[in-house]
Design a protein around this ligand. Structure first.
Ligand SMILES: [Zn+2]
Length: 407
């Protein structure tokens, strides 16, 4: 329904332009939706908001705000509006054109920014990071990450064995203008020697000297504690080997700016994948269905991380969403997994929007409030009742412009 009103609105604007050669405003009034601000506050029922010049001019309840005279009205009755999603842990393609295609594919699923963690050696990645592509997700990057020698695995990251190499790697990436420094601290199931913790500490120390933050791929509780003691800024995964304890909770609490990106593993239970069928090819659906089976090992691994997420969330640690990998739709699965772990849908939405934007230092997005960029998703159902309703996308807007989801 609101699409038709939108069309009328566009023609009214065109008519307006005829009688007055310089239109004074491109303001549009959106009315009637349930509005989720993204900061954890109660949803505004029967909301109204005005978008002008790509930004929210006013946000409130119907009757509370006044649109500029002549502003066309879009009826969103029955819909729910939420901020767009920020995915803080991805591995997008590294080649320029393929990376651009990845970023263009994100808004279909309501994702407006991603951060790539550690394989961006090409200078085009920095160029794209510095020049947002209209209609595509914004790109943030850790540049090239740092690990110990990992024979048989990707050779893009730095393989450092001395403190000086570790510090030099940080300086090189900082000079490129990356958003964060990435380290891997994982023995990959005993197949490699993990980055020694003193080298991890050197990375953190050097990064802080050049005003950079550090995020770590971790696995073990003991490593997480050591890195927190060395003042690390973020984890790109939850703790995976065992349950968190009081000691690590105390370490988290000493660092109020720390951000945990839980990146939950597959739950190991078959799920209904029909919500993907309109967007994915038959082959992709077949591949997904093949692994959509009961898996007791995955269930046990998920259970540890789910308990850990519930505990750190209850303790007030800042959580952001990260899907790890290169699936535009994966954040919707991650959000469901976060809710199954014990976060409330409202908490999950804050993690996926406001907290992600703050973590990526995207100051103009993350919530729906006056002055922010008009990035928002129109949903056909309420995700506060069922988080999987984030998949029922009717429309996506970036900087006030509706994304073409037909492609
Ligand atoms: Zn990753």
């Amino acid at each position: 329904m609101h699409r038709i009103l939108g069309l009328v609105a566009v023609s009214l604007l065109a008519l307006g332009a005829c009688s007055s050669p310089v239109p004074e405003t491109d303001a549009v009034l959106y009315e009637g939706a349930r509005l989720i601000v993204g900061d954890g506050s109660a949803a505004i029922e029967n909301a109204a908001f005005v978008v002008e010049n790509g930004h929210f001019l006013e946000v409130g309840a119907v009757g509370e705000i006044e649109a500029p005279s002549g502003a066309p009205r879009v009826d969103l009755t029955g819909m729910t509006v939420m901020p767009t999603i920020i995915d803080t842990h991805v591995h997008t393609n590294t080649e320029r054109e393929a990376l651009i295609a990845d970023l263009r594919g994100r808004p279909y699923w309501g994702v407006s920014a991603v951060m790539s963690l550690g394989r961006d050696a090409e200078e085009s990645a920095i160029e794209i990071r510095n020049n947002d592509i209209p209609g595509a997700a914004r790109f943030r990057t850790a540049g090239v990450g740092i690990t110990g020698p990992e024979p048989g695995r990707t050779e893009i990251p730095y393989w450092v064995t001395t403190e000086e190499e570790a510090r030099q790697a940080v300086r090189e990436q900082a000079a490129r203008g990356v958003d964060i420094i990435k380290i891997w601290v994982d023995n990959r199931g005993g197949t490699v020697e993990k980055l020694p913790l003193e080298l991890g500490a050197a990375v953190i120390d050097e990064a802080h000297k050049v005003d950079q933050r550090v995020t770590a791929h971790i696995f073990d509780l003991a490593d997480a504690k050591a890195l927190l003691s060395a003042d690390i800024d973020s984890f790109a995964h939850g703790i995976r080997d065992t349950d968190v304890d009081d000691e690590i909770i105390a370490l988290f609490k000493e660092r109020p700016d720390f951000v945990l990106v839980p990146n939950l593993p597959g739950r190991g239970v078959p799920t209904d994948l029909s919500w993907l069928s309109a967007a994915l090819s038959a082959e992709e659906m077949e591949r997904l269905q093949a692994s959509n089976v009961e898996n007791p090992g995955s269930q046990a691994a998920f259970a540890i991380q789910a308990r850990n997420l519930a505990r750190v969330n209850d303790e007030g640690v800042t959580i952001a969403l990260g899907s790890d990998g290169n699936s535009a739709w994966a954040p919707h699965v991650e959000m469901e997994d976060m809710a199954i772990s014990g976060m409330t849908p409202a908490e999950v939405i804050v993690a996926a929007t406001k907290n992600g934007a703050e973590f990526l230092r995207l100051d103009d997005v993350g919530t729906i409030e006056t002055g922010k960029r008009a990035d928002f998703i129109v949903l056909e159902a309420n995700p506060l009742e069922d988080i999987t309703n984030t998949r029922k996308i009717d429309a996506v807007y970036l900087a006030g412009r509706q994304v073409d989801r037909g492609e």
